[in-house]
Ligand binder design. Structure first.
Ligand SMILES: [Zn+2]
Length: 275
């Protein structure tokens, strides 16, 4: 199967009242685990390369890796760039084979965010790719503060930019290590009432799985970005393997031990958001 666009998988998720997991990839082992989970559950997924991953590994290699996995997979796999901040980063991602772009202008004044996002939408749509934009700002645990999404701004931003998916800030927070997020459901309902756009929540590791399911089935949250939960599982399984095999020094054996536990967790997370 060839790589899918965000638009394709989110439209299908709107139709069957499900949501798609956007897995934050850090390397080969986790990417492989996520695709194995997608095939086991027969569900589409999004592989996404964020700024930290792109700093560690050249984006051209990530693009090739994602496309290789997507082309061999039996289910749709979206190859997504997460939190690009400039048009140039998005243009490079297109050249590197990504099928979906997130342009994050959330730190800019509204007019500038609309202008930058519209510019990237023109690029993406010219190449038949999808674009996610963000309005309001999703903060970071022990870092930048959130700015909750203003409903009127969300309506205008979605309409004027012609994006394919809208990331919003309604209590969600990046990098949370437990499920303690409180989602502002009233604000979510009001946003849903002013735009038909599929909605995205970053920082979904902090959202309780039962709440994620409610948001997928009863609301229009169609993409959940999940990273921290899997970084925790990676470390847990790695530490466990090293403790059990103190003499083992083979890098491939050590890292390969993380794949099955990450895959098993990914199956649970995907199934929780399936119809
Ligand atoms: Zn994010």
């Amino acid at each position: 199967m060839t790589a899918a666009t965000l638009n394709e998988v989110l439209t299908a998720a709107c139709d069957d009242k499900s949501a798609v997991v956007a897995f934050v990839v850090h390397g080969w082992e986790d990417a492989k685990a996520y695709v194995e989970a997608a095939e086991l559950t027969n569900r589409p997924i999004i592989l996404q390369a964020g700024p930290g991953c792109r700093k560690h590994t050249p984006v051209a290699i990530l693009g090739q890796m994602f496309r290789h996995l997507a082309d061999a997979a039996k289910v749709p796999i979206v190859c997504h760039i997460d939190h690009a901040r400039t048009y140039e980063e998005c243009a490079t991602a297109v050249e590197c084979g990504f099928t979906s772009l997130m342009i994050d202008g959330s730190a800019l004044p509204l007019e500038d965010n609309i202008a930058l996002t519209s510019h990237v939408v023109a690029l993406g749509h010219r190449h038949c790719l999808s674009v996610e934009g963000e309005i309001g700002a999703v903060g970071y645990q022990n870092g930048a503060q959130s700015s909750l999404t203003d409903v009127d701004e969300a309506e205008r931003f979605a309409r004027e930019t012609k994006i394919d998916a809208l990331a919003i800030s309604i209590g969600n927070l990046h990098l949370q290590t437990d499920h303690t997020t409180t989602i502002d459901l009233d604000r979510l309902r009001t946003i849903e009432a002013v735009t038909p756009m599929p909605l995205v929540l970053h920082g979904a590791s902090g959202i309780d799985p039962a709440m994620r399911r409610l948001l997928a089935t009863e609301y229009r949250v169609k993409k959940f970005n999940i990273g921290t939960e899997f970084r925790q599982e990676f470390s847990r399984s790695l530490r466990g393997f090293l403790a059990d095999h103190p003499a083992e020094f083979d890098r491939l054996k050590i890292l390969s031990a993380t794949i099955a536990p990450m895959r098993d967790l990914a199956v649970q997370v995907i199934n929780n958001l399936a119809p």
